[in-house]
Design a protein around this ligand. Structure first.
Ligand code: GLN
Length: 454
């Protein structure tokens, strides 16, 4: 409609901004949204570009020149404005996107309920009073609430897929190295990856097309050509071998989730897919491995928040050490402190070999599990989360939430692409996870499209 001139980008953003005004007070998806700047950008959008005039919301840990970038933290909420565009931002900007607000998140992306945001609560638009998932909870909520047709998130251990699953939208984590991490505020650099949340699989494919590709400013970005992600989208699943990992259907999986996933396996089989049982034998060690590697990397990455260079700075420090200590004490929330302490511990001399080195070895075993499994199947399907979205405030033990990431974390440890696609559900939304070999996003999207088609 935009291209045909039947509607203007300003009409779209006006309607969306009206939705935000009406409902974001109760949902809390956005940390900031600058209506004046959005209208101005929409008015001069170049509609000849691939995403010309299309609004997209950004998770608040991705730099957009001049915008706030709080990471859901008090540390950056006071006075930080991005002095540059992230790699993804640059690509979206040159594709003509209208940046549509900054979405809430767990502080520095550490969490899976958005309850670790130091700045505000976010409700699940599908069920107020329930968590939207996290850490990209604001991005998922913004899409589910029809505030924005799509949003960008980041995924270190499930932070795109799990909130997508909980809110009933599509969420894609690309292969490690497929999308630039330059300008994404680093949590765990060997695991972090940026990706889209959207209402349809096709939209996810279109946005991936825009953001994928080599960026010399990210040394882990792969210098490889990007295929056309729309070409095979409607090829169906006939003849594809779909691996069902038995370890992902263990005790603790809610019966509604199990039934929804099992029904979908039958439906895919009716369309010609061939289900095969597979084993990922090191799954039981994945969460423990992640909670050594991710905090270790976080403790290093977050050392840059020292009260000197970015954000919060303690008042009247007695000396340089007290400036560091008090700025960090005042600026970081409890979960971030817990991770920094854990990470510093596992990296410290005397414990490095026992924990960090051991975890790296187990990570290799987990990656090999997937390699072995892909000898028997083309893709793997599983639940995203063992339950639907719990209520806000219901979880007091962080380890409970850590364990719930058991189906998403192994994928980050292995660097693979994966997607969450909504399944039919009478109650709270439930997502299906699809995982493919490294760089096989086309196949991933093709299967996801078959799941979406009803
Ligand atoms: N829930 C996981 C954690 O707390 C993953 C978060 C993420 O992917 N950013 O670390």
């Amino acid at each position: 409609m935009l291209v045909k001139g039947e509607i203007q980008s300003t009409d779209i953003v006006d309607e969306l901004l009206e939705n935000v005004t009406q409902r974001d007070a109760e949902i809390g998806a956005f940390l900031s949204i600058d209506a004046v700047a959005i209208r101005a950008a929409a008015a001069k959008a170049d509609l000849s570009l691939p995403l010309g005039g299309i609004p997209i919301a950004m998770k608040d840990n991705i730099n957009v020149l001049g915008d706030p970038c709080t990471c859901g933290s008090k540390f950056l909420a006071e006075n930080y404005h991005s002095p540059y565009d992230a790699g993804v931002t640059r690509r979206l900007r040159s594709a003509g996107v209208v940046f549509f607000g900054r979405t809430n998140m767990d502080e520095f992306a550490m969490g899976s309920a958005t309850e670790n945001s130091a700045l505000q609560r976010t409700n699940n638009p599908a069920a107020l009073g329930h968590i939207p998932g996290g850490s990209s909870g604001g991005s998922a909520a913004a899409v589910a609430a029809h505030f924005s047709p799509a949003a960008i998130g980041s995924d270190t251990g499930g932070s795109i897929r799990q909130p997508a699953s909980h809110c009933g939208v599509v969420g894609l984590k690309p292969s490690y190295g497929r999308v630039s991490r330059y300008g994404l505020v680093a949590f765990a650099s060997s695991l972090d990856q940026i990706g889209p949340l959207s209402r349809t699989v096709e939209d996810a494919a279109i946005i991936l097309q825009a953001i994928a590709g080599h960026d010399p400013l990210d040394s882990t970005s792969l210098p490889l050509p990007v295929p056309n992600y729309l070409t095979n989208l409607h090829q169906g699943v006939k003849g594809l071998r779909i691996g069902i990992p038995k370890e992902y259907f263990a005790a603790g999986l809610a019966s509604v989730v199990r039934e929804a996933v099992e029904k979908e396996i039958v439906r895919l089989q009716e369309q010609g897919a061939i289900p095969v049982e597979i084993s990922l034998p090191h799954t039981e060690y994945a969460v423990a491995t992640y909670y050594i590697i991710a905090p270790a990397e976080a403790s290093s990455n977050l050392s840059r928040f020292d009260g000197v260079r970015y954000g919060h700075r303690a008042a009247n420090p007695a000396d340089i050490l007290s400036l560091y200590q008090r700025s960090r004490e005042e600026g970081f929330g409890p979960e971030v402190k817990r991770r920094i302490i854990l990470g510093t511990y596992v990296l410290s001399s005397g414990y490095y070999d026992a924990y960090y080195n051991k975890a790296q070895k187990v990570r290799t075993l987990i990656r090999k599990d997937f390699e072995n499994a892909f000898a028997f199947c083309d893709a793997i399907i599983s639940p995203v989360a063992p339950t639907a979205a719990r209520k806000i405030g219901e979880c007091t033990d962080p380890v409970q939430d850590y364990l719930a990431d058991v189906c998403t974390i192994p994928v980050n440890l292995a660097g693979l692409p994966a997607i969450s696609v909504p399944l039919p559900s009478d109650g709270l939304p439930i997502g299906l996870q699809i995982i493919t070999p490294h760089l096989q996003e086309s196949l991933l999207l093709q299967i996801a499209q078959a799941v979406e088609n009803r």
